[in-house]
Design a protein around this ligand. Structure first.
Ligand code: GLA
Length: 328
C-alpha cells in the first residue's frame, strides 16, 4: 500500500513536472505564403525576436499552396504548438484553415491577407492584423504625383500603369487609393491604364506592365508605375526598361520598403522609392499577440489596422531602415 502511494505520488510529481515543462516551452507557428519575399522574411525575423524577448518558440513554415498550408497545421499540432499566425497563399482557404485549426485545437491570427468565406466575404470573426490599405495606397499615389511635379512633368504626356491584384482585398484597396491620390493631384482619369497581374510577384507584374505598355498612345513620354507592393512595382519598372524608357521618365513607388532595399542601393532607376510599412509590428506584435492569447487567454482584436508609413528614397532609406533595425 505504502509503495502504491509512493508510485502514485511519483506519477503525480512526474505529470506535474511534464505540465510545467510544457508550460515553459510555448510554441507558436508563423506561416507565410511567399517566404522568398523579404517582407515575409522580415516578419519572421521580428516574430523570432519577440519569441526571444518573451521566451517562446516560433515554428516558421513556408506555405506556398493549399496542400502545404493544411499539412503545416498538422505539423504544428504534432509539435505541440498552441496557435499560429498566418498569411495564407490564397485567402479563399480561410474556411479550410479554420476547420483544420479547430480540429487540432489551435488558435488562428491572420496577418497581411484577410481570409474570405465561400461567398468571397471577408471572415471578420477571425482576428486579423492588416494595413489601412486604402490610405496607404493614397499616400503612394500622392508620392508619385509629387515626384512628377518635382520633375516638372506635364500631365498631358504622362501616363500611369497600375498593376492590379483584385483577388486580395488589401491589394484592391491599395491600388484604388493610389489612383485616387493620382487623380486628386491632377492626372486625368483616361491617362491611367489598369493591368491585372496573374501572379503577385516580379514576373507577374512584368507581364502585366508589358501588356499595358503596348496600349500607350504615341505621345506617352513619362510613366508612373503603381501596384500593391514592391515586387509589383519592381517588375513594372523592369518592363519599362526593356521597352526603352529612361529612368528619368519613369516614377515607380512601391509599398513594403523591405523588398526595395537592393533596388535603392542601385543609383538611378525608374524605381523612385517605396512606402515603408511596419514589418516590425506585423511580425513582433502578431507573434506576441498569439503568445498572449495562448498563455493568458486574451484574444486579439478582430481587426488591427496598421497605418504607419514613410516614403523611402535613395536619399533617406538607410536612415529610415536603421530606425527599425533593418540597416546594419
Ligand atoms: C500582402 C503582400 C505583401 C505585403 C503585405 C503587407 O500580403 O503580398 O507583399 O505588402 O500584404 O500587409
Amino acid at each position: 500500500m505504502k509503495k502504491g502511494i509512493r508510485v502514485l505520488a511519483a506519477a503525480i510529481a512526474l505529470s506535474g513536472f511534464s505540465a510545467l515543462a510544457c508550460a515553459e516551452e510555448v510554441k507558436i507557428g508563423f506561416l507565410v505564403k511567399q517566404a522568398e519575399e523579404p517582407w515575409f522574411q522580415t516578419e519572421w525575423a521580428f516574430a523570432e525576436k519577440a519569441g526571444k524577448d518573451q521566451g517562446f518558440t516560433v515554428i516558421k513554415i513556408a506555405v506556398p499552396d493549399g496542400e502545404k498550408t493544411l499539412s503545416a497545421i498538422d505539423t504544428l499540432a504534432a509539435n505541440g504548438a498552441k496557435g499560429f499566425v498566418i498569411c495564407p497563399p490564397d485567402v479563399s482557404l480561410g474556411p479550410a484553415i479554420m476547420a483544420k485549426a479547430k480540429l487540432n485545437n489551435l488558435k488562428v491570427l491572420a496577418v497581411d491577407d484577410r481570409f474570405v468565406d465561400a461567398k468571397g466575404k471577408p471572415m471578420e470573426d477571425v482576428p486579423y492584423v492588416g494595413l489601412d490599405a486604402y490610405k496607404i495606397g493614397q499616400k503612394q499615389g500622392e508620392a508619385m504625383a509629387a515626384q512628377a511635379k518635382q520633375r516638372n512633368w506635364d500631365w498631358k504626356d504622362t501616363y500611369a500603369v497600375i498593376n492590379t491584384f483584385d483577388e486580395l482585398e488589401t491589394g484592391k484597396k491599395r491600388t484604388d487609393g493610389s489612383v485616387e491620390g493620382l487623380k486628386a493631384a491632377g492626372l486625368p482619369a483616361d491617362h491611367i491604364l489598369f493591368s491585372a497581374q496573374k501572379t503577385l510577384d516580379v514576373p507577374g507584374s512584368m507581364d502585366s506592365t508589358n501588356s499595358a505598355l503596348v496600349k500607350l498612345p504615341r505621345g506617352a513620354k513619362n510613366l508612373i508605375i503603381g501596384g500593391m507592393n514592391d515586387s509589383t512595382v519592381l517588375g513594372g519598372v523592369r518592363a519599362t526598361e526593356s521597352a526603352g524608357f529612361k529612368a528619368a521618365n519613369v516614377i515607380g513607388v512601391g509599398i513594403n520598403g523591405t523588398d526595395a532595399i537592393e533596388e535603392l542601393k542601385k543609383s538611378d532607376t525608374g524605381f523612385y522609392g517605396s512606402m515603408l510599412l511596419s514589418p516590425d509590428a506585423s511580425g513582433y506584435k502578431t507573434a506576441t499577440a498569439m503568445f498572449e492569447w495562448v498563455t493568458k487567454g486574451t484574444e486579439p482584436a478582430k481587426f488591427t489596422a496598421l497605418d504607419n508609413v514613410t516614403l523611402i528614397t535613395r536619399a533617406n532609406f538607410k536612415a529610415e531602415l536603421s530606425k527599425i533595425g533593418l540597416w546594419k
